[in-house]
Design a binder for this molecule. Structure first.
Ligand code: S3P
Length: 168
C-alpha cells in the first residue's frame, strides 16, 4: 500500500483521522506540525512570531524532502499546499486525501482553538476561514487523489469512508 497523506484546512480533523487511520491500517502516523515543533523545540505559534511564516513554510518543505519511509500516514499543516514545490512533494510521498469541510463546520470546530493557531483570531474567525478556503480549496482539490466531505461525520465514519475508497 502507498503512503497516505492528509491535506485540508485547520480544524478539518487531519490529526484525529490520521491517527485513527494509522491504527486501523497499521501505518506509522506522522504529523508535520508536531515534527517541526520537535525539531525546532519551538511551538508553531513561536515560530510564526519569532521567525515568520515564510521561514515556517521552508521548514515544511525541508521536512517533506526528508521523508523517505514507506507505510506511513502523514498529517500535514493546513498551509502545506500553498507552495507548488510542496504540492509536488506530497504527491510523490503518497496518495493524497483532502478532508473537506464547509465554512460552518470549520468555524464550529475552530472557535475554541484559535490560540494555538497563529493565522486565526477569534474576532474575525469567520472571515479568516472564508478567505483561507477561497485561497486554498482549489489547491487542496487539485493536489488530492480524492476528497472526503467531513460535514456532520464522526472521525470513525470518515476513517471508514477512506478505507472504503482505498479498497476500490
Ligand atoms: C496552518 C495550519 C496549522 C499550522 C500553522 C499554519 C495553516 O496546522 O501548520 O498554524 O496555514 O493553515 P493545522 O492545519 O494542523 O492546524
Amino acid at each position: 500500500m502507498r503512503n497516505l497523506v492528509l491535506v485540508g484546512m485547520m480544524g478539518s480533523g487531519k490529526s484525529t483521522v490520521g491517527y485513527g487511520l494509522g491504527e486501523k491500517l497499521n501505518l506509522t502516523y506522522f504529523d508535520t506540525d508536531a515534527k517541526i515543533e520537535a525539531i525546532t523545540k519551538m511551538s508553531i505559534s513561536e515560530i510564526f512570531k519569532e521567525k515568520g511564516e515564510t521561514y515556517f513554510r521552508q521548514l515544511e518543505t525541508n521536512l517533506l524532502k526528508e521523508i523517505n519511509q514507506d507505510q506511513i500516514i502523514l498529517s500535514t499543516g493546513g498551509g502545506m499546499v500553498l507552495l507548488e514545490e510542496n504540492r509536488i512533494l506530497l504527491k510523490k510521498i503518497g496518495t493524497v486525501i483532502y478532508l473537506k469541510g464547509s465554512e460552518e463546520t470549520l468555524y464550529q470546530r475552530l472557535i475554541s482553538q484559535t490560540e494555538k493557531r497563529p493565522l486565526l483570531d477569534l474576532k474575525s474567525l469567520s472571515n479568516q476561514i472564508s478567505d483561507l478556503l477561497n485561497q486554498r480549496n482549489r489547491l487542496y482539490e487539485t493536489t488530492a487523489d480524492f476528497t472526503v466531505e467531513i460535514n456532520g461525520k464522526t472521525p470513525s465514519e470518515i476513517i471508514d469512508e477512506i478505507v472504503g475508497f482505498l479498497k476500490e
